[in-house]
Structure formats: structure tokens, C-alpha cells
Write a protein that binds this ligand. Structure first.
Ligand SMILES: [Zn+2]
Length: 127
């Protein structure tokens, strides 16, 4: 198989090393009981998904960047296409951010780990 793609693994809940094992236990970010449960090791290649205690504190910065990017894009959409409804922007921004929290939480963690793990194809792993 070709080398796993980091963007793919971040977007589709996959291990950044092999691109095949699941990163979070549940597929959906909206499983309210278990959305934050991670696999300790990749179920496919065995990569350590928690390299050290407190590793994911750094994901905070990614999460912050995701929220800011979302708010800027959301605002630009309103200003360009729905300028007469800017009140709705203000009324909807907080609920939107709350709804997106599980999604951004998971994406931030996957991005943070993907920054530190090199993708390895299955041939390289077995060699
Ligand atoms: Zn893996």
C-alpha cells in the first residue's frame, strides 16, 4: 500500500503512522459518552498514540487555531452573502462553537500527533 497520508489520517480518525488503525475508539465525534476515548496503541500497527504524559496539552494550540479559522470563515460568509442577517451571526456563533467542540477536540489531537509521527508504509514497517 502507498504511504499513508497525514491529511487523510487527521480527517478520517486514523493512526498517523499506518493510516489504517482507528485513533479514537468511536467513529463518531457525537457519541457523547465515549467521544474522547482514544486507543492507547494503534490497533493496526501498534504505534504509541500517547507518547508521553501531557502530550496532548499541545493540541490546545491546534484547537485554538481551528476555532479561530472557523469563526473567521463563518464571519466572512455572513459578511459576503448574508450581510443583512448579521444578528444571526452573533446569535449562532456560540451554539455553533459548542456543537463543533467534539469535532475540533478530536481533530486537534489527531493533528498534534500527526505533527510528530512520520507516516510509514506497510512494506517499510515489515522490512
Ligand atoms: Zn497505526
Amino acid at each position: 500500500m502507498a504511504k499513508p497520508n497525514k491529511i487523510y489520517s487527521v480527517l478520517f480518525n486514523k493512526c498517523p503512522r499506518c493510516g489504517e488503525g482507528d485513533f479514537f475508539v468511536t467513529k463518531s465525534a457525537y457519541n457523547l459518552r465515549n467521544f474522547d476515548k482514544m486507543n492507547r496503541y494503534c490497533p493496526h500497527c501498534g504505534a504509541d498514540l500517547v507518547p508521553e504524559p501531557g502530550f496532548y496539552q499541545g493540541a490546545l494550540y491546534i484547537s485554538y487555531a481551528l476555532y479561530v479559522a472557523f469563526m473567521v470563515i463563518y464571519f466572512l460568509i455572513f459578511v459576503n452573502f448574508f450581510r443583512e442577517y448579521l444578528d444571526y451571526f452573533l446569535a449562532s456563533i456560540i451554539p455553533m462553537l459548542v456543537i463543533l467542540t467534539p469535532l475540533f477536540y478530536r481533530m486537534a489531537r489527531r493533528t498534534w500527533l500527526a505533527l510528530f509521527i512520520k507516516p510509514v508504509s506497510s512494506e517499510e514497517r515489515s522490512a
